[in-house]
Design a protein around this ligand. Structure first.
Ligand SMILES: [Cu+2]
Length: 510
């Protein structure tokens, strides 16, 4: 095991648990009985046995009224139905994929988070360009067990339209809490208005992709130590196992693809079709391009147009084999039936560019250059590092100036890919592995390849001062320390220590 990371070793050890969990769904009760004989009868009776092939449905939808989205999100442990079979999980509002929150630019989110779990938590609105301070998108807050906490997020009137998501973000516990179900989609409505008139009424679908990891045959893992990425954990779309959907031959739909899980990567394709990206990470693209495959690392979103094939039939939405992190075999995520009659399918009449309102950073004046190296620590305890250090809630932040653009070089010397994410501001990718990268738009997640990969990005620190964080979005890595605090300073302001409440390091290594 000389070259294996502690993370991989931990994953291997935990795989035994997952294999045991999977037994309920696949291998029968014999294995279970051998390990847990005194519980075998009850456990196998209650084991999660998801039904495959149910009709794909969007999650529950919640809309703003008079410019305000009022929403109660209750995090609680309980038995819920996931893909037609009951299982114990710890999601928001009793749904394994939480309700989809809809806002328009200029609206305000007024959320009340009821923490009925036995651990501290908080909330993050991933990708929103909003204030990171006070009651807004502030991941330094702590929501105590049994508490009710308000979250008020003002979405600016010029905010990008597209797909975002919300999830818990309590350092040290985020991987397990997200594994338990604490995430959902957030859509800033209006993206279709950037399309040509004939496409503005395009039917829309949400595909929130994540896995479900069992710690027992009837119980979803809710602690980081019980999470073992990849392996046999089934991949779900809107909480459904290989759901079925139909698409009319020649018809165009807008699909909102999002990875709302804690750790897995999805290298996605739809057999016989191309995916035409109109927004990436909730940012409408400058250049409209169609792809055979899209890599969707943890946290990433693509808004794509899909046009039903000229040949009616059955097509699989596939997640291809991926080896950059805990290896996953090729799996089918959903089955798309293209219904007839067959029609001649003209290419989508799309402009090459969309009127996005976002600014390219190619010609920006660079105020500062920085380098961040992502690596793993040596030793028995799993430690994930940026520039040789684990996240330290007491450490002085990386200090940037409001209104400036910085160029950051992200390097990965470890043996697993790292999806880099920064809160509040989008960035433009300038180069990948030393090669110039022609970005189609701004983004908030980019994968830095393992074993020497590098990515150069430009961050534009607009509008919002204050402390926030950047980190690897494999949440097991984030919890193990792969995160740093940044503070964006107003003119004349000096850096200050980060708000520390709730940011004690919880070491959950082996
Ligand atoms: Cu990572």
């Amino acid at each position: 095991m000389g070259t294996m990371t502690s993370r991989s070793r931990r994953a291997l050890a935990a795989a035994a648990l997952v294999a045991f969990g999977a037994a309920g769904a696949g291998c029968g009760a014999a294995t279970e009985a051998a390990h847990h004989d005194h519980h075998a009868a009850a456990a196998s009776a209650a084991a999660w046995r998801p039904k495959a092939g149910l009709a794909l449905r969007d999650p529950r939808q919640l809309y703003a009224r008079d410019g305000v989205l009022k929403v109660d999100l209750t995090a609680a442990r309980g038995r819920i139905v996931v893909s037609g079979s009951s299982v114990v999980a710890q999601p928001f509002n009793g749904q394994f994929v939480g309700p989809t929150l809809h806002v328009r630019p200029g609206d305000t989110i007024e959320a009340t988070i009821h923490n009925k779990t036995d651990a501290q938590t908080n909330i993050h609105y991933h990708g929103l360009h909003v204030s990171p301070t006070g009651l807004s998108d502030n991941v330094f807050r702590t929501f105590e067990p049994g508490s009710r906490s308000r979250s008020v997020v003002r979405v600016p009137a010029d905010h990008d339209t597209g797909t975002f998501w919300y999830h818990v973000h309590f350092h040290g516990l985020s991987e397990g809490q997200l594994a338990g179900g604490l995430s959902g989609l957030l859509i800033v409505d209006g993206l279709e208005r950037l399309l040509p008139a004939e496409l503005q009424g395009v039917p829309q679908r949400q595909l929130a992709i994540r896995n479900l990891e069992l710690v027992r045959p009837d119980t979803v893992a809710t602690l980081g130590r019980d999470v073992s990425p990849g392996k046999r954990a089934p991949q779900l779309v809107n909480g459904l196992l290989r759901p079925a959907l139909t698409l009319r031959s020649g018809a165009t739909e807008l699909w909102r693809l999002a990875n709302v899980g804690p750790d897995a990567f999805y290298d996605v394709s739809l057999e016989g079709h191309r995916l035409t990206v109109i927004a990436e990470d909730g940012s409408p693209v400058w250049t409209v391009r169609s792809h055979a495959r899209l890599l969707i690392p943890p946290g990433k979103r693509f808004d794509v147009l899909v046009q039903g094939s000229a040949k009616p039939g059955s097509y699989r939405l596939l997640a291809h084999r991926y080896d950059g992190f805990a290896p996953q075999p090729t799996t089918s995520l959903a089955t798309v039936t293209v219904t007839g009659p067959a029609v001649a399918v003209p290419p989508l009449a799309l402009p090459r560019t969309l009127p996005t309102g976002t600014t390219r950073l190619d010609d920006a004046t660079i105020a500062r250059r920085r380098r961040f190296v992502f690596s793993f620590g040596r030793g028995r305890t799993f430690r994930a590092l940026i520039n040789g250090k684990q996240f330290d809630p007491m450490a002085m932040p990386v200090a940037a100036r409001l209104g400036t653009v910085e160029e950051w070089t992200l390097e990965n010397t470890s043996d697993e890919d790292h999806p880099f994410h920064i809160h509040v501001n989008d960035f433009q990718v300038m180069s990948v592995n030393g090669k110039r990268y022609a970005a189609d738009g701004l983004q908030d997640v980019v994968t830095v390849d393992k074993l020497g990969g590098s990515v150069v990005i430009r961050n534009s620190f607009d509008d919002y001062s204050g402390h926030f964080v950047f980190h690897c979005h494999i949440l097991g890595h984030e919890d193990a320390g792969m995160m740093k605090t940044i503070e964006v300073l107003r003119r004349g302001q000096q850096p200050t220590p980060p708000p520390m409440a709730g940011m004690k390091h919880h070491d959950h290594g082996m």
